[in-house]
Ligand binder design. Structure first.
Ligand code: AMP
Length: 283
């Protein structure tokens, strides 16, 4: 396994891989790897001849007062996990390499970035699409794998790839969860023991919504009100949003149908957690 920090070296290495006819699979991350990331790498290993992992805590997707400085980082541990997952190349640039002095170019996806996390984190998706577009130009992968954990992010990236004709296949992967249901996230390390218990209210909300839908409930507003009540019972949990949206447009729905996704963002203490899932009524 090789670790590369220079964009020029990475582009040269990828040019060689492509010339040799290798299929390049790419998993972009911010590091501090967990099983969720490893599930993406496992799929990438199956699909590609060459597996590339990027580790970059991207400053442009963090807002003022967010956790950019505190975001957990451990390149040594990540390298060991990546080696075990069969990664061929880690691309780990510095912020200065990605955004040198005079940097002035951004990618902006409209509309679907204005709701949900886009509404609570202004500028977040502009940072995400900018860095992902740059990473695609640097790695030039045939396919790139993203988790459904960040449902809106995946929708935004699909939109960017479609609209800008980027020659990359986007592969969406299921949410990897802890045994008790908590969606894995690098940010889970911020949680105290008691907050970790309270954080289960996200996956429990999803389970409850699915139960209500299975029992025949189709009224989104009513389901959301019940979930809000349940979340409010946890002392450290504060709702950022609970919405039921169409899976593609991300517009809110009042009636649940086969395209309905429940999306949640809840702050537990100072830690902002997200989760989502399809509601899938029988008919
Ligand atoms: P991050 O390092 O948090 O930016 O995540 C990098 C990639 O891993 C993104 O495509 C995420 O959606 C994905 N990912 C993060 N957590 C999970 C999870 N629990 N299950 C599946 N994919 C995940």
């Amino acid at each position: 396994m090789q670790t590369i920090t220079s964009i020029a070296e990475m582009q040269q290495r990828m040019l060689e891989a492509r010339s040799a006819g290798q299929t390049v699979a790419f998993v972009p991350t911010m590091g501090f790897l967990h099983q969720g990331h490893l599930s993406l790498l496992e799929e990438g290993r199956q699909r590609g001849d060459l597996l590339v992992l990027s580790i970059f805590v991207n400053p442009t997707q963090f807002g003022q007062g967010e956790d950019f400085e505190d975001y957990p980082r451990d390149l040594r541990r990540d390298s060991e996990l990546a080696q075990g997952a069969g990664v061929d190349i880690i691309f780990a640039p510095t912020a200065g390499e990605m955004y040198p002095k005079g940097y002035a170019c951004y990618v902006d996806v409209e509309e679907i970035t204005e709701v949900l996390c886009g509404a609570s984190r202004p500028g977040h998706f502009r940072g995400v699409t900018t860095v992902v577009c740059k990473l695609f130009n640097i790695v030039q992968p045939h396919l790139a794998l993203f988790g459904n954990k960040d449902f809106q992010q995946l929708a935004v990236i699909r939109r960017m790839v479609l609209d800008l004709d980027l020659p990359v296949e986007i592969v969406g992967m299921p949410i990897f969860r802890e045994a008790d249901g908590l969606a894995m996230s690098s940010r889970n390390v911020y949680l105290s023991r008691d907050q970790r218990r309270q954080a289960l209210v996200l996956s429990k909300s999803l389970a409850k919504a699915r139960r209500l839908v299975a029992e025949g409930d189709r009224d989104a507003e009513q389901i959301i009100a019940l979930l809000a009540k349940m979340i409010a019972e946890e002392p450290d949990a504060h709702i950022d949003y609970i919405q039921i949206c169409h899976q593609h447009s991300l517009q809110q729905q009042s009636l649940i149908d086969t395209d309905s996704v429940l999306l949640l963002a809840v702050r537990v203490g100072n830690t902002r957690l997200i989760d989502n899932g399809f509601l899938r009524p029988e008919s």
